[in-house]
Design a protein around this ligand. Structure first.
Ligand code: BDR
Ligand code: CA
Length: 316
């Protein structure tokens, strides 16, 4: 039976590829809905971008919701320097046919979970955790329905990507991340330690483009833009493909290396705000609350991603 998932995202080129990978995997994943949050760009753009990706992937029937336009307590920090002013530079923006649902994303999460069996729905957040924390705060009864939360966020050995200490998704809303990491449900966290191993090299992007279908070409166009900032910053061969690691882990956990440990969020210090304190060596008595993913078979990841993107050609 396909695993029921809700993707909570802030597209974002890498969020977009995560959505496309999920679209390409209907036998394993039943996508109940896409909830959008402010993050890489303001909410008005992330919800529009998510609907564009539904159009591009031929998934106009998937319900898309807009959620929180501001973090719980802090002022929104966006990331146009990385993603471009549209959030999804690399492809031309258009007004999508996929409609925006008339319900707040947090209420969609609450209503869907309350109607579900215990431990039956997996949440996949690939942006700041504001919508998820808002839903938990508003209706804690949803917690028992969550099978697992598979999120992109955090950093240990890599250090931060927007401050020396913090990864972007956690930094934008550390109070929300704190609520999520203390919620008591199983969590899988994909941080920079693993996503920085998954590089969209020119060769890999060329292989995606060579698939020749419209989705693959849009993916290659997005990744070609996404490349510019990170390759300069890290002097790497390509940009890290952060968010698709979440969906890839659900589909192919064998590609990843994991360790259960405690992850706690810094919410007090301005200097290290949003830092993920990861007890990788179990040097505290804080109980494990997450599975921290820190290694990946990157060539295997790209073989898998390319094989899934090839499916769009078959159905077109
Ligand atoms: C995360 O921040 C965003 O810019 C990306 O979409 C990803 O979710 C990486 O730190
Ligand atoms: Ca994201």
């Amino acid at each position: 039976m396909a695993k029921k998932i809700i993707i909570d995202c802030d597209p974002g080129q890498d969020d977009a590829v995560a959505l496309l990978l999920a679209f390409a995997s209907p036998d394993e994943l039943e996508l109940l809905g896409i909830t959008t949050v402010c993050g890489n760009v303001p909410l008005a753009l992330t919800q529009r971008n998510a609907r564009m990706i539904c159009d591009i992937g031929g998934q106009q029937h998937v319900p898309v919701f807009a959620g929180c336009a501001e973090p719980l307590q802090r002022k929104l920090q966006t990331a146009e320097a990385i993603h471009g002013p549209t959030g999804i530079n690399g492809i031309d923006v258009f007004e999508p046919q996929t409609p925006l649902q008339n319900k707040h994303a947090a209420d969609f999460i609450i209503d869907t979970l309350l109607a579900a069996d215990a431990a039956s729905i997996t949440l996949v957040p690939t942006g700041p955790l504001t919508n998820i924390a808002t839903a938990i705060n508003k209706e804690p009864a949803i917690l028992s329905r969550i099978e697992r939360i598979v999120l992109m966020g955090g950093a240990m050995r890599e250090g931060g990507n927007c401050t020396p200490s913090a990864e972007f998704n956690i930094f934008v809303d550390p109070q929300a991340a704190d609520i999520v990491f203390r919620c008591g449900r199983p969590i899988t966290a994909m941080g920079l330690d693993v996503t920085h191993q998954v590089l969209s090299t020119r060769d890999r992007v060329a292989r995606i483009r060579a698939l020749g279908n419209a989705v693959a070409i849009a993916t290659a166009d997005m990744l070609s833009f996404f490349d510019r900032y990170d390759t300069l910053k890290y002097a790497s061969e390509g940009a890290p493909l952060h968010d698709p690691c979440t969906i890839a882990w659900l589909l192919r956990p064998d590609l990843f290396v994991a360790r259960d440990c405690n992850i706690s969020i810094e919410t007090q210090s301005e200097l290290t705000m949003g830092h993920t304190a990861i007890d990788f060596w179990h040097v505290t008595d804080r109980p494990a609350n997450a599975t921290w993913i820190y290694g990946v078979d990157a060539p295997g990841f790209y073989e898998f991603l390319i094989s899934r993107l090839a499916r769009f050609g078959r159905s077109a």
